[in-house]
Write a protein that binds this ligand. Structure first.
Ligand code: NA7
Length: 539
């Protein structure tokens, strides 16, 4: 067992979320002296923090769970097709307890800086409480959506009620009945929380800047019998996920223009009724590349929204005009659009009537004042690179990673970075973690990082760094994949846009994730392994 009181380890893993849990398991299985440093007071990452009502998977639960352990697959019973946050957190604790991983984790250990020392070939990590650790290798599993961002409106600090980001939803039960609640933001999170609390609050005001496309999640219970069938099919499920560009059991098709409009509509009728991301994953691939194809499917979904919202004026406000269907992260919902048919729910379009200021009693827009008891910021995250920017990471010669990535991240395969030896990123920028079924991408990343560490250690090496030109080549591949797709113009976290973060809101594209698809990514990284890592300098 790792001695967590020790301050030097061969490997320090940052973050005890979905990826950190699997990563530490792989390391201790190999007898490597490794610990996890976690900033929060418990494990679970995203599923520890996102306690807001309505928080749940929108990946099928059985494709979200780990595939690495037959025992876990056999013992765990997913109760819902799209499992909710409390159950998801229980699952992560079940896995951690089963393999006694908690004893390799240090909590309340928030790393503030990491400095590379070339002479000793170690990283020195400074924690917020002043404690220092050293490590030969650092593996970051700090999450792509772990730095919440809030708007900056005049008077926000004067608000007299409770106000919090969805990421910091209070741990203690919060009774919203009878209260006047305002939700700012209508991304994947806002849509989940709005749909969930609409019938539980006194009055709900939704402050929407830009509407998002969304379609029904179609959740449901998983019976014992169905779970047995899923267990019997696990190998096939994970094989299907690996074969698909999106990492789900959904396989896109080409042939949009070979089908008649009626055939296309028939397919969409079918996909709209299917659970999860089938409407994206099994759709004609042309909708992501061809504007006319995308316009047609967008018109179809717009009609679906109109059919669900009673007030036609409200319906039109809920239909996106600035981006086509599937060109930003698609939220999935349960009765979201129906929430606007309730008498206690009001939609405020900030595009028409922007927020002027907050005050003691609520929010004032150009159209008037909204009295509120609670304000919920569903305003998103400093996505993908935010977790790295928060730590002052200094590589060779004291170069800052924050500076290197100022305009856009640059990596080798989304895992390593020139000038930052022995830093290995799981689910890092320019991997497929932001663009495909997240946990499948995590397992791919952890397995690759672990195999690389085996190679480095077996060779008796103590230093690994990618060559500069290999990094340039990967960035060019990331850009190539990005530029082909229509979503390149959309203002969402996929493209690094965040109106509340300096440098992420000035129209410049940030190449945050690899959009070449999971199979292509896996082929590239597997080839690097098979070829003996020719792009890496090992010594
Ligand atoms: P998102 O998808 O980034 O959505 C954030 C929402 O907050 C979006 O509707 C924004 O409007 C809105 N927003 C952000 N800043 C403001 C300000 N200043 N004023 C008004 N509205 C604002 O974050 P989510 O948390 O919903 O989802 C993140 C991921 O978490 C999600 O994809 C899942 O994978 C889990 P905008 O569209 O920018 O006009």
């Amino acid at each position: 067992m790792s001695d967590v009181t020790n301050r030097h380890h061969e490997v320090v893993v940052l973050g005890a979320g979905v990826s950190g849990i699997y990563q530490i398991k792989c390391l201790i299985d190999r007898g490597i002296d490794a610990i996890v440093l976690e900033g929060d007071d418990d494990l679970g990452g995203t599923w520890y923090r996102n306690r807001y009502p309505g928080a749940r998977f929108d990946s099928e639960s059985y494709t979200y769970g780990y595939s690495f352990s037959r025992e876990v697959l056999d013992e765990w019973h997913w109760k819902e097709r799209f499992s909710g946050q409390p159950e998801n957190l229980r699952y992560l604790n079940f896995v951690a307890d089963k393999f006694d991983l908690r004893s390799h984790m240090v909590f309340n250990a928030r790393v503030q800086s990491m400095v590379w020392d070339e002479d000793s070939r170690t990283w020195t990590l400074q924690l917020a409480d002043g404690t220092t650790y050293t490590a030969r290798f650092v593996i970051t599993s700090i999450g792509p959506l772990s730095i919440p961002t809030t708007p900056k409106y005049e008077g926000m600090d004067r608000f007299g009620g409770r106000a919090f980001h969805t990421w910091a939803w209070p741990k203690e039960p919060l009774d919203l009945s009878g209260l006047r609640v305002g939700v700012i933001g209508t991304g994947a999170t806002g849509i989940q929380v709005i749909a969930d609390i609409a019938d539980k609050v006194g009055h709900l005001t939704v402050f929407q800047r830009r509407p998002n496309w969304s379609k029904p999640l179609r959740n449901g219970p998983i019976s014992d019998e169905e779970m047995a069938q899923i267990r019997a099919r696990y190998d096939e499920i994970f094989t299907n996920c690996s074969a698909s560009p999106n990492g789900f059991e959904h396989m896109p098709r080409w042939g949009f223009w070979d089908a008649t409009p009626e055939e296309r509509r028939a397919l969409w009728d079918e996909l709209y009724d299917q659970p999860g991301f089938a409407i994206l994953g099994c759709n004609y691939a042309e909708i992501f590349f061809d504007e006319k194809a995308n316009q047609e499917v967008s018109d179809y979904i717009a009609d679906r929204i109109r059919a669900r919202v009673n007030d036609p004026v409200v319906a039109e406000k809920l239909i996106p005009r600035d981006h086509g269907f599937g060109l930003q992260r698609l939220p999935l919902e349960t009765n979201y659009f129906e929430a606007y048919n309730r008498d206690n729910v009001e939609l405020v379009s900030l595009a028409e009537t922007p927020i002027v200021r907050f005050d003691e009693t609520g929010i004032e827009t150009t159209a008037g004042h909204h009295d509120l008891d609670v304000i919920v910021y569903a305003t998103g995250f400093d996505a993908i690179t935010g977790g790295y920017d928060r730590i002052d990471i200094r590589g060779v010669g004291g170069v800052s990673l924050r500076d290197k990535w100022k305009d856009s991240p640059t990596t080798y395969l989304g895992v390593l970075c020139h000038g930052f030896p022995n830093l290995l990123m799981v689910a890092g920028p320019q991997s497929v973690s932001g663009s495909t079924n997240f946990p499948r991408a995590i397992e791919t990343g952890v397995n690759w990082v672990t195999a690389l560490l085996d190679h480095v250690r077996e060779g008796g090496h103590t230093r690994v760094e990618p060559q500069a030109d290999a990094e340039e080549k990967w960035v060019a591949e990331v850009q190539r994949a990005h530029e082909r797709m229509l979503f390149r113009r959309s203002k969402g976290w996929f493209t690094g846009y965040n109106s509340n973060v300096e440098g992420h809101n000035d129209g410049r594209v940030r190449y945050q994730a690899y959009f070449g698809g999971a199979p292509r990514y896996t082929t590239v990284i597997d080839r690097a392994t098979a070829d003996g890592y020719p792009a890496l300098e090992l010594s």
